[in-house]
Design a protein around this ligand. Structure first.
Ligand SMILES: [Zn+2]
Length: 532
């Protein structure tokens, strides 16, 4: 850790923040029967948001972005072809939490809960004899925690690990979070990029108050403090310290789900890693501009963004290493399954930046998965394609829980003999009404070494508003050689298989022509550029 920012500073800072706002305790007293589950193993899932497998040196990236994760992988099962189920936070996370694809949980847009029939089928419900603790930096994820909170023993409020907070607003009006936050913003906050508030006087006081709150730590972050949605600042060290402390004091067995924002944009690394990759000569593979490419995303701009993202990964890599060491030193890892993964990846190619775009290229859909097994001291590499929906059924088997018969995933190898050519899917459908058939969507099918992507219903698409691509991920991992035209037989077979699947998942929903006027549908630009 840097000299400018010691662990003690963080604890002090956390104390100051906690002292100014009284956080309600969500801790509940456990019934004795649950406390008596000694001997069962714990599970901790740590999700780094928008963490692409493509940019991870453990998986072969050209920059050494993950020295700590690579070192620790010597004690893990490493999944090399692991896929998110969606390409931005809400669908990707909902699939991890429920073990089903987005076409089943129906989270296509932000701040929407999972469909009613899955409101009691989350990982938190499935781990019903564990102490369940959850935290997320991202408000897109707390939507699900809110939905599942009746089975959360310790739901840590999102503001707990922000350096600044919106006063009492979200606490006093926790059941009306959206409305109260909006009112608060209208009255007090000035928009980060211009805009106004009703009270210029209060907003200046508020601005100064916020500046004072973050001044101590700002000097350690040359690109500015890490934040989400504008000025909700946080530092990763504080989250790692707080969450690892919690794991050492809560009853066992427990399930911990921690969703941390780095390396999600804005890419603001800590000073120890600032400009680490400057002028290192790294040249990404040259790829053609995509039809979903965005204006202003020149190769030079994307190269700079990629560098900042890669430097941000170095920071989370160090902090994950520290998290691992705290758990290891305390003896927790002897009886805890530790899972490292993400909700989706990130793109810096083809004129596309970030995620939430309509495309499903590998960097935005292939994510890390490492399972640290208690007592394991060697590395195992798994190359079979796997999915985020497999995590829930696998963990349930590992702790001896009731199988989640609703899950569309499978128990992962090496814990079961998963067929290597079973189908893996992903879906992005931000313009589609969740209650209606899929008529505007991006869908992926991975079968063995082949990946078919099928885009349909978007106005931007020519030729019947459809687009199909087929890649051989083994021979062509950069997806430069579209086989859909040169291998039409294989392409058609896989497309038929995917269409059959789509017809099956559409069945419970109505066929509707209302998608074109679907209320609340974001524009393509807002999907692509918003802080997702
Ligand atoms: Zn995300």
């Amino acid at each position: 850790m840097s000299n400018a920012l010691s662990r003690r500073d963080f604890l002090k800072l956390a104390g100051v923040v906690s002292g100014s706002v009284a956080f309600p305790s969500f801790l509940r007293v456990l019934p004795p029967s649950r406390a008596a589950q000694a001997g069962k193993k714990n599970v901790v899932i740590i999700v780094f948001d928008a963490f692409s497998a493509y940019n991870i040196s453990l998986y072969g990236y050209g920059r050494e972005t993950t020295p700590n994760i690579t070192r620790l992988a010597e004690r893990a099962i490493v999944y090399h072809n692991h896929f998110a189920a969606g390409n931005y936070t809400p669908p990707g996370t909902a699939s991890l939490l429920t073990g089903v694809y987005p076409w089943t949980h129906r989270v296509f847009q932000s701040h929407r809960p999972v469909i009613d029939s899955f409101a009691t089928r989350s990982i938190f419900h499935a781990f019903n004899d564990c102490y369940r603790i959850a935290y997320s930096h991202s408000p897109l994820v707390t939507t699900f925690f809110d939905q599942f909170q009746s089975v959360l023993d310790d739901y840590i409020p999102i503001q707990k690990l922000y350096l600044t907070d919106d006063g009492l607003v979200q606490i006093l009006f926790s059941s009306d979070g959206d409305i109260s936050s909006l009112s608060w913003e209208r009255i007090i906050k000035k928009k980060v990029n211009g805009g106004y508030s009703y009270s210029l006087f209060l907003s200046d006081i508020y601005k100064n108050h916020r500046s004072a709150q973050i001044m101590d730590v700002l000097q350690s972050f040359p690109r500015g403090l890490p934040s989400i949605n504008g000025d909700n600042y946080f530092v990763l060290e504080q989250a790692i310290d707080f969450l690892s402390d919690q794991l050492n004091i809560i009853p066992q067995p427990f399930l911990g789900y921690f969703h941390l924002i780095p390396p999600h944009s804005p890419y603001r690394t800590q000073q120890d890693f600032f400009d680490r990759f400057k002028n290192d000569g790294f040249q990404p593979v040259d790829k053609p501009k995509d039809i979903f490419g965005e204006k202003g995303r020149t190769p030079e701009f994307l190269l700079e963004m990629r560098k900042q993202y890669d430097e941000y990964i170095l920071y989370l890599d160090r902090e994950f290493g520290r998290f691992f060491k705290i758990l290891d030193d305390s003896g927790l890892l002897k009886n805890t399954w530790l899972i490292l993964t993400s909700d989706h990846g990130e793109l810096f190619e083809r004129g596309i930046l970030g995620h939430g775009n309509l495309s499903l290229f590998q960097p935005v859909i292939r994510i890390p998965l490492l399972i640290f097994e208690p007592g394991r001291n060697n590395r195992m590499d798994v190359y079979t394609p796997t999915s985020a929906v497999d995590v829930l059924p696998t963990l349930l088997q590992l702790i001896g829980g009731q199988p989640a018969d609703w899950s569309e995933g499978a128990v992962l190898p090496p814990f079961a003999n998963t067929p290597p050519d079973r189908n893996i899917y992903a879906l992005q459908a931000p313009f589609n009404n969740p209650k209606a058939h899929l008529t505007k969507a991006s869908v992926m099918l991975v079968k063995g070494r082949y990946k078919l992507t099928y885009y349909f219903g978007y106005a931007d698409l020519k030729s019947g508003k459809k687009r199909m691509e087929l890649y051989d991920l083994e021979a062509d991992p950069e997806e430069l050689n579209d086989l859909y035209v040169t291998q039409p037989k294989l392409g058609m077979e896989l497309l038929d298989e995917l269409k059959t699947k789509l017809a099956e998942v559409n069945k419970p929903f109505r066929h509707s022509h209302s998608n074109s006027s679907f209320p609340g549908t974001p524009s393509m630009r807002s999907v692509a550029n918003k802080d997702l």
